[in-house]
Ligand binder design. Structure first.
Ligand code: NAD
Ligand code: UGA
Length: 429
């Protein structure tokens, strides 16, 4: 099929590459000229495992342009995968989706299926239809479909091609048939619903996962008071199939461009319906507190942080990505600088992105873990990269001035770390 994907970010570019891999002809569109310049040369503008290889492999079926008109005219199905960032008040900013919908309407030359891939508030489908009708002067027929994306950064391709389910909100048989054809080669369960239900499934799922994380993080606080081990609590809970072990890892809390924004947006959606979603407000509160807890732990060992050299291991909001949007590291570095600490940091992939946020002279950007450790009086680990699992801990201990180690992701075992001479603290154990 001929497909256009508008927005070539983490979701859009994955959609482009994976749909091409499934055999479709894909035109990727983005308003960011620099991204398109790279993509025209089949160079990925983001780090995502496997994406560079898929781009090169499917060259024949992948085209990129900055022109929505060109993309729309060439295609039968148009995916909207632009960003839906939070506004100051926490609601979703829908201006990019609206702008794209208007441009699609103005570019139409034949029947099109317009697919919401971005995460959007329920009833966005209705708005897209309204905008389309306002600008679709020649009354060319179209259908709107909601097809939320559930991929995770760092394993986006695997999640896209082997999902647990594909949710498709449709209103007509014609659109349903086309969407079935798009995903024909993917074996997963396809759930067809109405548009509003599909839209709601996405926000309900993300908020539920965020709730699981805040739940275990709160339990980790109780564990610390009573001498229990949160990792074992998670294992014990997770063995119950009704609960499941995933998303029960206690730590510095959830970050990323999705959970924080989608929980806020869902609270707003509920408010619009006349409900106060206090449960999700508590999820947010626990998550923010969790970041402050590591600072408190550091202070417990070091008293004042002013003038002290503190190392940060891990900047990205999770491993296997260079994405630092809403990463706990951003908040924690800000707090350390406020306390007067000198911050050194290292991340395998996210250093360049951090430099865009903090060109701060007080931050030292290091080449490896040991440079972070040199003369430091404390280290906080914030991302559980595989590289960190292989640290030569003896060597790290040796170069540190004071061996305080706060393990924000419970990557190491207390006993082993103490044997090596670290003053170690984890989360909830
Ligand atoms: P992103 O910021 O990485 O990419 C969005 C892209 O859209 C950018 O390249 C931007 O230049 C482009 N864009 C914005 N306005 C445009 C316009 N008018 N015309 C053409 N291009 C335009 O965002 P993302 O992380 O890929 O997320 C996109 C959507 O998918 C969001 O709604 C997000 O919530 C949702 N989502 C994200 C993930 C994830 O893991 N990142 C997973 C599932 C769903
Ligand atoms: C999340 C969802 O998992 C995807 O299904 C969804 O498509 C996506 O949001 C989205 O809508 O954009 P993502 O943000 O890429 O994916 O990453 P996750 O693996 O979910 O991790 C999110 C955050 O939660 C990370 O900061 C991670 O460290 C944290 N987390 C995760 C925990 O603190 N504990 C856990 O047990 C799991």
């Amino acid at each position: 099929m001929k497909v256009c994907v508008i927005g070539t970010g983490y979701v859009g570019l994955t959609t482009c590459c994976c749909l091409a891999e499934l055999g479709h002809s894909v035109t990727g569109v983005d308003s960011n000229k620099e991204k398109i310049r790279k993509l025209k040369n089949y160079i990925s503008p983001i780090y995502e495992p496997g994406i560079q290889e898929l781009l090169k492999k499917n060259k024949k079926r992948l085209r990129f342009t900055t022109s929505i008109k060109e993309g729309v005219r060439k295609s039968d199905v148009i995916f909207i995968a632009v960003n839906t960032p939070p506004r100051e008040d926490g609601s979703a900013d829908m201006r990019y989706v609206e702008d794209v919908s208007k441009k699609i309407a103005l570019s139409m030359n034949s029947y099109k299926v317009i697919v919401e891939k971005s995460t959007v508030p329920v009833e966005t489908g209705k708005w897209i239809k309204r905008v389309m009708n306002l600008y679709n002067k020649k009354n060319i027929p179209f259908d709107v479909v909601s097809n939320p994306e559930f991929l995770r950064e760092g394993r986006a391709i695997e999640d896209f091609l082997n999902p647990d389910r594909i949710v498709i909100g449709v209103e007509t048989e014609r659109a349903r048939k086309i969407m079935e054809d798009i995903y024909k080669k993917i074996k997963a369960k396809k759930l067809f619903t109405n548009i509003e239900t599909a839209e709601l499934i996405k926000h309900a799922s993300n908020s539920f996962l965020a709730m699981k994380i805040s739940y275990i993080n709160f339990i980790s606080r109780i564990c610390e008071k009573v001498g229990a081990d949160v990792k074992d609590v998670s294992t014990g809970m997770g063995l119950d199939k009704r609960i499941g072990r995933e998303f029960l890892d206690a730590g510095v809390g959830f970050g990323g461009s999705c959970f924080p924004k989608d929980v806020s947006a869902f609270i707003w959606i509920a408010k619009k319906c006349g409900f106060d979603f206090t449960l999700l407000k508590e999820v947010q509160k626990i998550n923010i507190e969790q970041r402050e807890i590591v600072i408190e732990k550091l202070k417990k060992s070091l008293w004042n942080l002013n003038g002290k050299k503190i190392g940060i291991l891990g900047i990205s909001f999770k491993p296997n990505t260079d994405d630092i949007r809403e990463a706990p590291s951003i908040y924690i570095i800000k707090r350390l600088l406020e306390e007067g600490a000198k911050v050194s940091c290292y991340d395998p992939k996210a250093m360049e992105n951090l430099k865009k946020v903090y060109s701060h002279t007080k931050i030292k950007y290091c080449k490896n873990v040991y440079e972070v450790g040199e003369d430091s009086e404390g280290i906080i680990l914030l991302t559980e990269w595989d590289e960190f699992k292989k640290i030569d801990l003896k060597k790290l201990r040796k170069v540190m001035r004071v061996p305080v180690f706060i393990d924000g992701r419970n990557l190491f075992e207390r006993r082993k770390m103490e044997e090596l001479g670290f003053i170690y603290d984890g989360i909830g154990r």
